[in-house]
Design a protein around this ligand. Structure first.
Ligand code: AKG
Ligand code: FE2
Length: 347
């Protein structure tokens, strides 16, 4: 397989499960992750719950503004809740999208005396009970799929199936996103690497607009594939692999004629991990990663990775910086000192 891509590999999830098809599917997965950096997963078994999600999402965004405002992210130090059009920034520009952010329901929340980044984990704000039920079923099923996928990632490197389990975080995130039609070439969401976790599993509707930067620095369309989940590598996995498996840089060009909806799920990485700890705890993983012959093109590094930066003590702190910069109003309200610091300093 080529070391870069102009088309994106499609992997059948059922082929990763059955003994007969597994060896070939694992090889495909290894190439997709370590040579291409991006893939579609089909036949995940989540088609029905994801379809239910897409059926329900438009009416959520059609709720009266007061109902959406009641669960505005500004109420949440965890950056969970509703974000109005124009309130989010990526790559220093305003994104043209509305969204709801939710997280895995947790027993414990941040308490006085805990590290500040622990405050990212806490309660979601749901517009109503029906949405809460749908979100929790989506998160549960995505989480099961993610466990299985992590097992396959380990297997494709010849490692024990539970290799990545110790790196899983407490609170996964799920979003409902709406991109309204805009002028041609408008930024739906700007170029970024997902910062929450290990991998992102994304369901997009049939409109298109998602683009991915390949390893030679070209933007490639990731057109809708019915029933698929787009899997991209997030900053947590990039850091665990010592940067050998770079996080996928991606963006969405806003639609011009119709509304676009998407539902991404972000598999969390442990926030307490530090780069120094990883040098030891992930050495057995990095040793197994196949050498890449992909040329390093400067433009692929146009988006920096907070998780690889020594400027942040641990992944939680790196993630907090990312949230504060992306949602400046929320950052300013809950973390004023950090907001000042992060908006002054690049890393
Ligand atoms: O809407 C999409 O297709 C991508 C969304 C995304 O990349 C994100 O929210 O991190
Ligand atoms: Fe993303």
């Amino acid at each position: 397989m080529a070391t870069s891509f102009s088309t994106i590999p499609i992997i059948d999830f059922t082929n990763l499960q059955s003994a007969e098809t597994k060896p070939q599917a694992l090889k495909q997965l290894q190439d997709a992750l370590f040579k291409v950096g991006f893939l579609y997963l089909i036949n995940t078994g989540l088609e029905s719950v994801v379809e239910e999600g897409h059926r329900n999402v438009p009416e959520l965004f059609n709720l009266p503004p007061e109902s959406k405002e009641k669960c505005n992210m500004i109420n949440s130090p965890c950056f969970l809740g509703y974000t109005a059009l124009g309130a989010e920034t990526t790559a220093s520009r305003t994104d043209l999208r509305e969204q709801f952010d939710f997280g895995t329901p947790l027993k414990d929340s941040w308490m006085d005396g805990d590290p500040v980044w622990k405050r990212l984990e806490g309660p979601s704000q749901y517009p109503d009970a029906k949405t809460e039920d749908l979100v929790n079923r989506l998160i549960q099923q995505m989480s099961n799929l993610a466990d299985s996928f992590l097992g396959s990632v380990a297997e494709c490197l010849g490692l024990p199936i539970d290799t990545f389990a110790p790196f899983r975080g407490n609170m996964d995130r799920l979003k409902f996103i709406k991109y309204p039609p805009a002028l041609p070439g408008s930024q739906g969401v700007g170029p970024h690497k997902d910062s929450t976790g290990l991998f992102t599993f994304l369901s997009q509707d049939s409109v298109g607009g998602l683009q991915v930067l390949n390893r030679t620095g070209q933007w490639i369309d990731a057109p809708p594939v019915p029933g698929s989940l787009v899997v991209n590598i997030a900053q947590g996995f990039e850091a665990i692999t010592g940067g050998l498996c770079p996080a996928t840089t991606h963006r969405v060009v806003a639609p011009t004629e119709t509304v676009r909806y998407s539902i991404p799920y972000f598999l969390a990485v442990r926030y307490d991990l530090t780069l120094n700890q990883l040098k030891e705890s992930a050495a057995h993983i990095t040793r197994c990663i196949p050498a890449s012959d992909a040329p390093v093109v400067p433009s692929i590094n146009q988006v920096a990775s907070e998780f690889l930066s020594p400027a942040f003590f641990c992944f939680g702190e790196a993630s907090l910086r990312n949230r504060v910069i992306s949602h400046p109003d929320v950052g300013q309200k809950w973390y004023p000192d950090l907001y000042d610091k992060y908006s002054r300093e690049s890393f």
